[in-house]
Design a binder for this molecule. Sequence first.
Ligand SMILES: Nc1ccn([C@@H]2O[C@H](COP(=O)(O)OP(=O)(O)OP(=O)(O)O)[C@@H](O)[C@H]2O)c(=O)n1
Ligand SMILES: C[C@](O)(CO)[C@H](O)COP(=O)(O)O
Length: 231
Amino acid sequence: MSTAAIIPAAGLGLRLGGEAPKALREVGGESLLVHAIRGLRAATAADLACFVVAVPPGTEDDVRKLLDPYAGPVALLIVAGGAERTDSVRLALELVPEHGIDCVLVHDAARPFVPAEVIERVVAAVRAGAPAVIPVVPVTDTIKRVDAAGLVVDTPDRSTLVAVQTPQGFEPTLLRRAHNGDTAGATDDAMLCERLGVAVQTVEGSQDAFKVTRPRDLILAESILAERRTP
Ligand SMILES: Nc1ccn([C@@H]2O[C@H](COP(=O)(O)OP(=O)(O)OP(=O)(O)O)[C@@H](O)[C@H]2O)c(=O)n1
Ligand SMILES: C[C@](O)(CO)[C@H](O)COP(=O)(O)O
């Protein structure tokens, strides 16, 4: 049995700004998407069989040429993404093979430096029987809920809160069922499983798995890459 990796990479990167779509922005001379593909391939215990990459409509051929040299023996499928992240994941999921896959990972192109051990932890937990698995890290700020007027409603106990990363791993049939339902307002795929009443398992994530969202995140990304490239 093998793993399929869906990579939603069709976002515009409005918070990051710049000309190119975010997944094609470069760090250390290579795009975030290439770094993400390389990171997934480094997780050898995941037994990756295919990548399905959702890209901005119209960029399919260019992205295929860009990624071909990095996919190696892993099959590379490209699909035009949708308006929302969940649309892009659903469209990619339609290309995931029906047979021979025991785990589907969904991994943001915008998280280029996830350590291999995090990916392998997610896959191992799915293979051990958890139908939905997410990597998480503790939150370091105090989090408050506020109302429309900006007034604080309450302060949740921080020890019960975590920040959620990707890749998120799923038993394939569950992920298909989750994306067949109502996806409105869902900011990750695990949330769709929660809506079905499925228990979602957490595993330890990593600070390196942060999401490139705003311009300063590129500075952190450059610094992580420089650290990794230093012998
Ligand atoms: N319609 C969309 C929107 C997002 N994504 C992908 O989902 C991941 C996480 O989304 P986010 O960081 O919000 O990316 P953007 O939507 O590009 O950013 P922004 O909201 O700032 O425009 C990214 O890899 C992004 O390319 C996608 O495939 N399709
Ligand atoms: C899926 C995700 O990366 C988990 O933290 C996150 O929810 C994506 O959110 P975004 O606002 O679409 O970047």
